[in-house]
Design a protein around this ligand. Structure first.
Ligand SMILES: Nc1nc2c(c(=O)[nH]1)N[C@H]1C(S)=C(S)[C@@H](COP(=O)(O)O)O[C@H]1N2
Ligand SMILES: [Mo]
Length: 201
């Protein structure tokens, strides 16, 4: 059977090649990727908001957010620029906890992540109900580093990693979909790496 160089590496490292989506290669490092610069963040003025199609809009300070129970989930991440990293462990507040606090209305079909410097990423709200969807504060047991989204980033499991907004400041639940930062440049709305949903054209 024909195997690509990328697949051979996955096998050599002892992983199931089925974990590597088509057109991806495995990296053991964790590349840093974002548009623009790393924001300056003052935790004393930081807050996290959830608004839109919810019964109880929510604003949490860093202290309040940090007091919520957390989960730890290990998952593979896939960047549309073709690197994949296996077994990334994220710790954070599961979306299910936030969901209970805000009470999404039946009309809340889409979620738009809002990050520092107006970065946005849109997903069907159902993506946040997947196991491993969380507001992550830690990666591999350590607080996120600044360049990976400190103090908090979204993790949208199983989708290209641009959906996982770094420096997350809010989630808007919406009745209508609105393309986010990369989606406006033509990136695919649903971003499933196993269907190679990279671009919408
Ligand atoms: N706020 C913000 N979040 C972002 C981005 C960005 O430009 N700004 N880029 C996305 C892209 S394209 C990727 S691949 C991942 C990269 O995360 P990493 O730098 O931790 O690997 O962040 C995503 N989240
Ligand atoms: Mo990316």
């Amino acid at each position: 059977m024909f195997r690509s160089k990328a697949e051979k590496k996955v096998l050599e490292l002892g992983y199931d090649p089925a974990r590597l989506p088509a057109g991806q290669y495995l990296t053991e490092k964790w590349p840093v990727l974002h548009a623009g610069s790393i924001p300056h963040i003052d935790l004393d003025r930081w807050d996290f908001k959830v608004w839109g199609e919810v019964d109880s809009p929510l604003t949490l300070t860093w202290k309040e957010l940090s007091a919520l129970p957390t989960v730890e989930v290990t998952q593979d991440i896939h960047c549309v620029t073709r690197w994949s990293r296996f077994d990334a462990t994220f710790t954070g507040v599961p979306w299910s906890t936030i969901r209970e606090l805000v009470g999404p209305r039946p009309s809340a079909r889409f979620a738009i992540a809002h990050a520092e410097q107006d970065y946005t990423a849109n997903v069907p709200a159902s993506f946040l109900d997947l196991e491993g969807a969380m507001l992550a504060t830690h990666a591999d047991g350590e607080p996120l580093t600044l360049e990976h989204g400190w103090p908090m980033r979204l993790i949208v499991p199983g989708k290209y990693f641009w959906k996982s907004a770094k420096w997350l400041r809010g989630i808007e639940l919406s009745a209508t979909d609105r393309p986010g930062f990369w989606e406006r440049y033509g990136y695919h709305n649903d971003a499933d790496p196993f269907k190679e949903q990279r671009y919408s054209f």
